[in-house]
Design a protein around this ligand. Sequence first.
Ligand SMILES: [Zn+2]
Length: 161
Amino acid sequence: MLLTIGRPVDTEDFENGLAAVVEQMFEAMYEAGGVGIAAPQVGISKRFFVMDTRDPDGDRQPQVFINPEIVHVEGEQVGNEGCLSFPGLFQEVQRDMRVIVRAQDIKGDEFEADLSELAARCALHETDHCDGIVFIDRVTPLKRQLARRKIKTLQQTGEWV
Ligand SMILES: [Zn+2]
């Protein structure tokens, strides 16, 4: 599921309980202390994700992106990245500093979000999930090898599910 390209969300999905699924994803994300979670991570092979990188005051700012498309990127940032699907694994990943994402909201209306820094990193990471790409695909081959070894160790110690 994680490595499969998600299918687009269609009208039928909007009518058939998409809002309830989105609510459950927010709950799971907050519970795990994450900043984003994509449908393929919860066993749904569709292109949508939720995220909350908080507003400047630290208050919750839940955002839903359905059928996300990155329409503009600019600059670069390098930072440590984790993923709820790879518990205990953190990798330095280079990402764009600013992105504009075009998506639909929970009602199906199209919008564009202009995001930077952590929000940009998160939106890129989650859009990747929608396209069957995971963050260790975004690092150099050597780092990926080290990551695989780390995953093996985590599996052996039972920290990996
Ligand atoms: Zn992830």
